[in-house]
Write a protein that binds this ligand. Structure first.
Ligand code: HEM
Length: 335
């Protein structure tokens, strides 16, 4: 039999998966259909996000990802797709906001104790990207609201290598950043440190100690995800991203910041919608509602250490000149 659109997309299942609680009770609430469909649409997009993240994790886990290979291009392309999907997810809130608080009240109590908080796909996605249990806000909600089988899925993602950890390893391996040689005053990193120091305003002088802790320490800072070596590589990529070999690595780091920013925009849009919809009442999942969401939004930035590195950039015209050998290595192969 020929493949039919209806069967290929399993529309029987998808279009027959909307069961309104308000219909069950006979208290019809028109907007409950929108509420269900929009959540289902979100969950489908979460599924697609997992598909993209899993493929990136798979590539990044390879012991020798070649920065000059098509694989890095694939990683960057998919990271950008993730950011684009997240951008659409932020805008989808517009549709839900056509529902007024009174429309929502028509069926809200029928949903208790179900809540978006129980979206295990969302929590699993955060974990795959790099959010660790100890860094989550509200452990008690997390453990009490999710089903045991969903907690295990998220725990498994937490114990596997996350994208953040894999990027740390990839940066550590990066062969192109100049080595750290603090014994030589003319070494690249000593020179960069001097120039950074000269760029600091009086009120910023204490930043030099931070610089040393992040880039020059032997071990990574306590609870830091990025090692000093990885931080140096990431900073170097940002500073000299104009060189051909550093363009894709830069796009990857930029893509991670884009993902974090879109995720954060989603959290804030969702939080503001919740505020508008239920004021300061507690959520159907039993949390403090808006206050919980605000605290989670502030705490759950995943790639914040990359954003922090941008505090240590200096003006392009003040950058140390690279040795001719290094310049050659950063150019197109064969040039
Ligand atoms: C009328 C619309 C909505 C309201 C009033 C609302 C309300 C809330 C509240 C109060 C929470 C905190 C947990 C709780 O106590 O329940 C929450 C969490 C959450 N909601 Fe919504 N929500 C709405 C729509 C959505 C939509 C469309 C999605 C899309 C999937 C969603 C996904 C989530 C997620 C993932 C969380 C957990 C966030 C975290 O733990 O960081 N919500 N929601």
């Amino acid at each position: 039999m020929e493949l039919h659109y209806h069967d290929y997309l399993q529309l029987d299942k998808i279009l027959n998966a909307q069961f309104l609680e308000s219909d069950k009770t006979g208290l019809s609430a028109h907007d409950e259909m929108l509420f269900i469909v929009i959540h289902q649409a979100y969950e489908l997009w979460f599924k697609q996000l997992h598909h993209e993240v899993d493929s990136i994790l798979h590539i990044m886990q390879k012991p020798a990802l070649n920065d000059n290979s098509p694989e890095l291009q694939t990683v960057v392309h998919r990271a950008n797709r993730i950011a684009t999907i997240l951008r659409v997810l932020v805008h989808q809130v517009d549709i839900l906001e056509t529902m007024t608080p009174m429309d929502f009240l028509d069926f809200r109590d029928m949903l208790r104790p179900a809540s978006g908080f129980q979206s295990w796909q969302f929590k699993q996605l955060e974990a795959k990207l790099g959010l660790k249990f100890e860094n989550r806000y509200g452990h008690e909600y997390y453990l009490s609201q999710l089903r045991p089988e969903h907690i295990s899925l998220i725990k498994k993602a937490e114990s596997n290598k996350s994208l953040l950890e894999l990027v740390d390893t990839w940066l550590e391996r990066m062969p192109l950043a100049p080595p750290l040689d603090t014994s030589q005053s003319t070494s690249f990193w000593n020179e960069y440190r001097n120039r950074y120091q000269n760029s600091l305003a009086d009120a910023e002088k204490d930043h030099l100690a931070m610089f040393d802790a992040i880039f020059f320490a032997v071990d990574r800072e306590q609870s830091a995800s990025l090692s000093p070596r990885a931080c140096r590589a990431a900073l170097f990529i940002s500073l000299y991203r104009g060189y051909p070999l550093l363009q894709l690595p830069f796009q990857l780091l930029n893509g991670l910041l884009e993902i974090d920013e879109e995720l954060s925009s989603w959290r804030y849009r969702h939080m503001n919608m919740v505020h508008r919809m239920i004021g300061t009442r507690i959520g159907t999942g039993g949390s403090s509602g808006k206050d919980y969401l605000k605290a989670a939004a502030d705490k759950h930035y995943i790639f914040k250490e990359f954003a922090r590195l941008n505090s240590f950039l200096i003006e392009r015209r003040k950058l140390p000149t690279l040795s001719p050998e290094l310049e050659k290595r950063l150019g197109f192969v064969g040039s």
